[in-house]
Design a protein around this ligand. Structure first.
Ligand SMILES: NC(=O)c1ccc[n+]([C@@H]2O[C@H](COP(=O)([O-])OP(=O)(O)OC[C@H]3O[C@@H](n4cnc5c(N)ncnc54)[C@H](O)[C@@H]3O)[C@@H](O)[C@H]2O)c1
Length: 238
């Protein structure tokens, strides 16, 4: 496959390394230094686009790929307030979009464990649940996209929690998501259920970016030739 890499930073470079090893070629690599190359015409030369820029530019880039009629895999986090708009645009263009807050296989299995644990704990009123996420200091959005996915999975089944919050408060109906920034930390997520009697904790720790990059390339291979809206569950058959 010919790949357009939109965002050629830490993730873009890791994705390039894996994509080339898997026999793909990089048709276009765009960063802020050559942003003038980020055109619909250039994107159109690729079979698939992989977008990892950041919260400010993700929505615009996704739309550009849809306009170019090139399936797009997006890993940028912090732009979900516009995700639904991107879905509408994708459907209107009869395009293909795959967004994942986290591309690693381990985290997507962790999502399934979180959903199951949340179901089991939904009627256990004596436990209070909190989420903690730890990332490197360059990360611009908080909480992490992965923590938001985990929180939404809990909110879906836990009748005691109404919304997630990022700062401690006094409302028991709020699900607290604690964000910590320290170096080096590719990404840690912890779900804690605490009671006076005992605690239950599940934790995922990323050791490096390889898992995210490999997942993004697998997602690109999956979306090539397809039409519609997809997620990592579709790629991994979860
Ligand atoms: N979904 C996942 O699994 C996952 C994993 C890791 C990181 N992320 C997210 O991916 C994004 C990128 O992460 P990173 O660590 O590679 O960041 P980074 O800062 O190392 O790289 C960002 C790249 O995007 C480029 N860029 C910024 N604005 C641009 C624009 N307007 N047009 C074109 N290029 C632009 C920068 O020049 C740079 O090359 C972040 O939102 C991060 O949270 C997601």
């Amino acid at each position: 496959m010919k790949i357009a890499l939109i965002g050629y930073g830490k993730m873009g470079h890791a994705i390039e390394e894996i994509a080339v090893k898997r026999g793909h070629t990089i048709e276009l690599a765009v960063s802020i230094e050559n942003v003038e190359d980020n055109t619909v015409e250039n994107i159109r030369k690729a079979d698939v686009a992989i977008e990892f820029t950041g919260p400010e530019s993700a929505f615009e880039n996704v739309n550009k790929c849809l306009e170019a009629k090139v399936p797009v895999v997006c890993g940028s986090t912090g732009w979900l307030d516009r995700y639904q708009e991107a879905v509408w645009n994708c459907n209107e263009q009869n395009g293909a979009l795959l967004y994942a807050s986290n591309f690693s296989i381990g985290v997507n299995i962790f999502f399934e464990v979180n959903k199951r644990l949340a179901q089991l704990m939904a009627s256990q009123k004596e436990y209070d649940v909190t989420i903690e996420e730890i990332h490197h200091t360059q990360k611009r959005d908080a909480p992490s996209g992965t923590a938001i996915t985990l929180a939404e999975q809990i909110l879906e089944v836990n009748p005691l929690k109404k919304q997630w919050i990022n700062q401690p408060g006094n409302n028991k109906g709020d699900l607290l998501v604690i964000s910590k920034r320290e170096d080096p930390a590719p990404g840690t997520h912890i779900i804690r259920y605490q009671s006076d009697i005992d605690d239950i904790e599940i934790k995922h720790t990323a050791h490096n970016r390889y898992g995210f990059a490999l997942g993004a390339v697998l997602a690109a291979e999956f979306i090539y030739g397809r039409r519609g809206i997809f997620n990592m569950g579709d790629v991994l058959g979860l």
